[in-house]
Design a protein around this ligand. Structure first.
Ligand code: AMP
Ligand code: ZN
Length: 140
């Protein structure tokens, strides 16, 4: 896609700090890292989000993330690694080309609020009704 910054990275029109590449996937460092080793994995083919990405590309990105997380583990020895993926402006997706964030958690690093929400029991009736609606809308 012409105006997509990540498509430009795939085409080599914009530089990146590449850590991994295969036929379908590119992984590179986020230039506004939440922590050292903050890495993005993208499909080379443009897809805006989880709804649009092809099954093969989705599988390829997530299989590649397993390789990248092992390398991060070996090099940075994080206490944990958050895998985050946002869909749509309301979820704070800024770049509309599917990407999976791998964010190593390192001692002394900043808080990661999205992974630290307070557990508040929900209304079970509402949860049940919502689950029924979603399961009723599932495409087999
Ligand atoms: P999201 O909010 O999930 O859409 O996050 C987009 C991420 O892309 C942000 O963390 C940005 O720092 C990152 N980003 C934007 N442009 C670039 C770039 N040219 N190279 C590397 N990372 C980028
Ligand atoms: Zn794109």
């Amino acid at each position: 896609m012409e105006d997509c910054i990540f498509c430009k990275i795939v085409k080599g029109e914009i530089p990146c700090f590449k850590v991994y590449e295969d036929e379908r996937v590119l992984a590179f460092e986020d230039i506004n890292p939440i922590s050292k080793g903050h890495t993005l994995l993208i499909p080379k083919a443009h897809a805006a989000n989880l709804q649009e990405i092809s099954d093969d590309d989705l599988a390829a990105v997530h299989l590649a993330s397993k390789k990248v997380i092992r390398a991060i583990q070996e090099v940075l020895h994080p206490t944990g690694v958050a895998a985050l993926q946002l869909n749509g402006k309301g979820a704070n997706q800024v770049v509309m080309h599917y990407h999976l964030h791998l964010v190593p958690r390192l001692p002394g690093g900043p808080p990661l609020p999205v992974s630290a929400w307070e557990l508040q029991p929900g209304d079970m009736e509402t949860i049940k009704r919502t689950a029924e609606k979603i399961s009723g809308a599932m495409v087999k």
